[in-house]
Design a protein around this ligand. Structure first.
Ligand SMILES: NC(=O)c1ccc[n+]([C@@H]2O[C@H](COP(=O)([O-])OP(=O)(O)OC[C@H]3O[C@@H](n4cnc5c(N)ncnc54)[C@H](O)[C@@H]3O)[C@@H](O)[C@H]2O)c1
Ligand SMILES: [Zn+2]
Length: 340
């Protein structure tokens, strides 16, 4: 079965198609010239489905999302003779999607961009919303743009080859969508009763809805950062690579749920509900005390730097989020006292 989510952004409208048999170059053939950007792992698995198309293969991993590769990509696109009637497609996870999207946004002031997300994270999160970027040595996603694709093809059968940990990391974002925006999805996840295609579709709808309301990420879209404030601090302290992004935000959601309960904003039992749901999907829910302490110190240090409270996303009922300004000290103290 094929599902469709229509996206209407003020900088472009397009469809996200979700189903099987979507990971191939049928659509690309309608353009005079095309090229795909992928990584070596995805190329070995699915490269032959794009036979006959110009290909640029990056090394798998976050390190590839850099300026050197971007320049290499521009040079290769020149060699291929890509012009403004051509199309550039990302075939892979969020890393490939982000660098390919940025190349598409900037090469000759913009060529058409198509996404074939192949990780769960890319299908439910990074391929939706039009943010594209590369990293600088000084920080992640430091150079980027808002650039919409002309189509997204999310082939859920490609997820069969994803390793268990990567799959679980994508599920953390799915769990996040349920808590912030969809009680029904939460129920479905608890019962493990929906197929992955329906889940991906629902997540794309939720994210699309946020993006529609706040295309340039200045307001309500911040709710998508549920679990991310502490999650990012955990990623930084543990060192990038120790935890996958989804694993860190899983733990971040547990602490955010606890904090919400302690402040009387979240319903009683939210933290234990979160823990059992995350465990169901093989996600971590706890952190060593010393790493937690360091992560909380980072929150405090960041706060001191700009002298303001922290904007923190909390759940006031399952399926609904609120944004609160909280003093970093309060977050630190409350989270420290939590016993998982
Ligand atoms: N643009 C956005 O809005 C947005 C949102 C969230 C995350 N991101 C970015 O996304 C990136 C993370 O994305 P990711 O988690 O997809 O990482 P990734 O692209 O590194 O993919 C994870 C791993 O899975 C492998 N892989 C991909 N598809 C596979 C498949 N079908 N079968 C087997 N292996 C496969 C890849 O080779 C890689 O080793 C980060 O750079 C992050 O900044 C962007
Ligand atoms: Zn995230």
């Amino acid at each position: 079965m094929m599902e469709k989510v229509q996206v209407h952004a003020d900088n472009g409208s397009y469809d996200i198609l979700i189903g099987n048999d979507l990971l191939n170059n049928e659509y690309l053939k309608s353009f005079e010239k095309s090229a795909i950007i992928t990584d070596d792992v995805v190329y070995d698995l699915y490269g032959k489905r794009f036979a006959g198309t110009n290909v640029i293969v990056l090394k798998s991993g976050e390190e590839s999302k850099n300026m050197q590769n971007l320049e290499m990509i521009y040079d290769r696109l020149m060699d291929f003779g890509l012009d403004r009637n051509s199309v550039l497609a990302a075939v892979g996870g969020g890393v490939v999607g982000d660098i390919c999207g940025f190349a598409a946004a900037t090469f000759k002031r913009g060529v058409r961009f198509v996404q074939y997300p192949t990780t769960l994270l890319a299908q439910v999160d990074s391929s939706v919303g039009g943010k594209v970027a590369v990293n600088l040595r000084g920080g992640k996603n430091m150079v980027g743009a808002f650039y919409q694709p002309c189509a997204v093809f999310a082939d859920t059968s490609a997820l069969d080859t994803l390793d268990e940990r990567q799959y679980a990391a994508g599920m953390a974002e799915v769990v996040k969508y349920a808590y912030i925006a969809d009680k029904g999805l939460h129920q479905t996840l608890v019962q493990q009763s929906a197929d992955i295609g329906a889940i991906v579709k629902r997540c794309c709808e939720i994210k699309t809805d946020y993006v529609h309301q706040d295309p340039y990420d200045t307001g309500i879209r911040m709710q998508l950062n549920y679990g991310h404030t502490i999650g990012h601090a955990i990623e930084t302290v543990a060192g990038y690579g120790t935890f996958l992004h989804g694993e860190a935000i899983a733990i971040g959601m547990v602490y955010a749920a606890h904090l919400g309960e302690q402040l009387g904003i979240s319903p009683k039992g939210l933290a234990s509900d979160t823990i059992s749901l995350l465990r169901k999907y093989k996600l971590p829910v706890m952190l060593k005390q010393d790493i937690l302490d360091q992560a909380l110190q980072i929150l405090l240090a960041d706060k001191k730097a700009d002298g303001k409270d922290i904007h923190f996303v909390l759940i006031d009922q399952i399926g609904h989020a609120v944004l609160k300004k909280l003093p970093a000290e309060l977050i630190q103290k409350t989270v420290k006292e939590m016993k998982v």
